[in-house]
Design a binder for this molecule. Structure first.
Ligand code: F6R
Length: 596
């Protein structure tokens, strides 16, 4: 969490850094700050609160500088406050640092420095990096960064400047992402591509414990032994527009509307390299949050198509600590938009240690999961900026469907011809999603009547239950309305006691064969005073005064979550929009959860 950016070049640094921070704000937004070189000192402007506050402050100042660093924060150590905001300076104001990550041994380091008379001003773990670097500084910033990084335990992506070397910006990382961008007008460091995409699509991905030394004309890479490295430059294919709002009030709405296109791109990109599933006896799908929900949906698909003896879905945060029964006969599938989620990375490493083969489904090229897994399949969602995932989730689903079909053919559970028919059905998803998007007005109007509910429950059976989990997560994270998802059959085992007047139940029903079952659950909740919003493609479904209906296009039951989720995303979006909430940056959340 936290976003960092740095620039060294010919242009004015402040607007470049602030614009980059806008693109990184999804990573954390409780405070923001910049430090730039002016004639003979650092000019530091930082404060608690959203970036817009910092921007306003900067608008009233003229700062001439061609080099600097910036930070947008998601607090881990020390409350959000002006003094805890980054950049941090050493006590002599000689070193300036921005940090993303957690310095686990900061207390020991701080105590050692304090014993030597160093005065700390913040409660953060990050300040220790600035103080330590300043303490170690010996006239060479690269040497100092190596020595400092060697003393740190934990995770970090760091941008560091030194007053005595006004042309040099040094970056180093461990367990947190950092890219280096190069262009005619200067060089950049950033936590993520969208921050610099406007200026360059030529980037280097830093590996752990690699150091980048930037000046305005050159970039050099070193390892911790100060040996010069030769690194491969990569070309980013994301368009500049994809990281802009493009006239939409929120990134989330833009990203929902983009789904027909990104689904098409993902469906059309061929899965080139996957393992032979016949050499495994177990599949474990592991991920966090919505990516986990995509895994839950896919378990139904893998089970139905592959008839595989053992398919499990695990939260990555649980998998990593449970001493899982996996071995070289297990395929562990990791699902992640960012490819940087700490728990998912830890789950992958744990699985590998036990000899399992790993396959990651990832959106961000060059991310840790993509690099470290034995196999990687990319989703083609493009940059996802809104904290609540929509298009990345949808593309994860179709990759999982495609894998399930491929594995089912490999296992000879379905014929090649049946496989082709299922693939055609998957290929029909983008057009059907586009058809659902024509019903936006209805969903917007209906959602505007739902902002007063204290609790909203989501129910479904079978694969409809799996997607209900995602509907409920989406609603609670952006609308702050309490919500839970239940399997319809579970209602009578306890949950129904929560249903009363002024409860809304969102029911999903795309399993034709289970319609009568979910309908009896609907009747049970209506008779206890609930109102129902039914999302269904079942012909028999009808509207009543207690039940509002949104009809979906027909599709194979196993792929129906790709359609129902669009309605659930729009419903959540418009409930939150009608409440006037900050949809793209919900409270307490950050997009990329790189800490435990
Ligand atoms: C919810 C959401 C999160 C992420 C989760 C995993 O809308 O976006 O629950 O799905 O934090 O993130 P990734 O996919 O980057 O591993």
């Amino acid at each position: 969490m936290c976003g960092i950016i740095g620039y060294a070049g010919d242009e004015s640094a402040v607007p470049i850094i602030v614009d980059g921070l806008k693109k990184l704000e999804y990573r954390g937004y409780d405070s923001a700050g910049i430090a730039v070189f002016t004639k003979d000192s650092f000019k530091v402007v930082k404060q608690k609160g959203r970036l817009v506050g910092l921007e306003e402050r900067l608008e009233n100042t003229t700062i001439t500088s061609n080099m600097g660093i910036g930070h947008t924060r998601w607090a881990t150590h020390g409350e959000p406050s002006d003094v805890n905001s980054h950049p941090h300076l050493g006590s002599g104001s000689k070193i300036a640092v921005v940090h993303n990550g957690i310095i686990e041994n900061y207390k020991q380091l701080k105590a050692q420095l304090e014993r030597r008379g160093v005065k700390f001003v913040s409660q953060t773990d990050s300040e220790v990096v600035a103080q330590l670097a300043e303490y170690y500084y010996n006239g060479n910033l690269l040497d100092t960064v190596i020595k400092t990084a060697n003393a740190l335990e934990g995770s970090y992506a760091l941008g560091i400047m030194c007053l005595e070397e006004p042309d040099v910006l040094v970056a180093v990382k461990k367990d947190n992402p950092l890219i280096v961008g190069v262009s005619e007008k200067g060089n950049f460091i950033a936590s993520d591509v969208p921050a610099i995409l406007k200026h360059t699509n030529q980037v280097f991905y830093l590996e752990d414990k690699e150091i980048a030394v930037l000046t305005k004309r050159a970039v050099q890479f070193f390892n911790m032994d100060k040996e010069l490295l030769t690194k491969q430059i990569e070309t980013i294919t994301w368009s500049v527009d994809s990281a802009e709002k493009g006239g939409y009030p929120h990134f989330m709405l833009k990203e929902i509307v983009e789904q027909p296109k990104v689904l098409c791109d993902t469906i059309q990109s061929e899965i080139i390299k996957i393992p032979d599933i016949t050499s495994f006896n177990k599949i474990v799908i592991t991920a966090c949050g919505s990516a986990y929900n995509a895994g839950v949906v896919s378990k139904y698909v893998f089970e139905r198509l592959c008839r595989f003896p053992s398919i499990e879905v695990e939260l990555a945060s649980e998998f990593r600590y449970k001493d899982a029964c996996v071995d070289e006969k297990t395929l562990v599938i990791l699902v992640s938009q960012s490819g940087e989620t700490a728990d998912t990375i830890a789950a992958m490493r744990e699985a590998k240690t036990k000899g399992a083969i790993t396959l990651s489904i990832v959106n961000v090229v060059g991310s840790t999961l993509a690099k470290e897994a034995d196999y990687t399949v990319y989703t083609a969602a493009g940059p996802e900026i809104a904290v609540a995932t929509t298009k990345a989730f949808s593309t994860q689903l179709v990759v999982l469907y495609k894998l399930a079909v491929k594995f089912a053919v490999q296992l000879q559970k379905i014929s090649a011809d049946e496989g082709r028919k299922l693939s055609d059905e998957i290929a029909s998803i983008p057009d059907k999603v586009a058809e659902i998007l024509t019903k936006i007005d209805f969903i917007q109007k209906y959602a505007s009547t739902c902002i007063g509910y204290k609790s909203i429950f989501f129910i479904g059976r079978n694969i409809d239950y799996a997607i209900a989990l995602e509907g409920s997560l989406k609603l609670k994270e952006i609308s702050y309305i309490h919500s839970e998802a239940y399997a319809g059959g579970e209602l009578k085992h306890g949950t129904i006691s929560l249903v009363e007047e002024n409860t809304l139940v969102v029911a999903i029903s795309c399993c034709q064969r289970l319609y009568s079952k979910i309908f009896s659950n609907i009747e049970q909740v209506i008779s206890r005073g609930a109102k129902v919003f039914l999302v269904s493609n079942v012909e028999a479904a009808e509207e009543t005064d207690k039940l509002s209906l949104l009809k979906l296009p027909n599709i194979h039951e196993l792929f129906s979550p790709s359609l129902s989720v669009i309605v659930l995303q729009l419903f959540s979006y418009y409930v939150a929009a009608n409440k006037g909430l900050d949809i793209d940056k919900p409270r307490n959340l950050a997009k990329s959860v790189t800490v435990e």
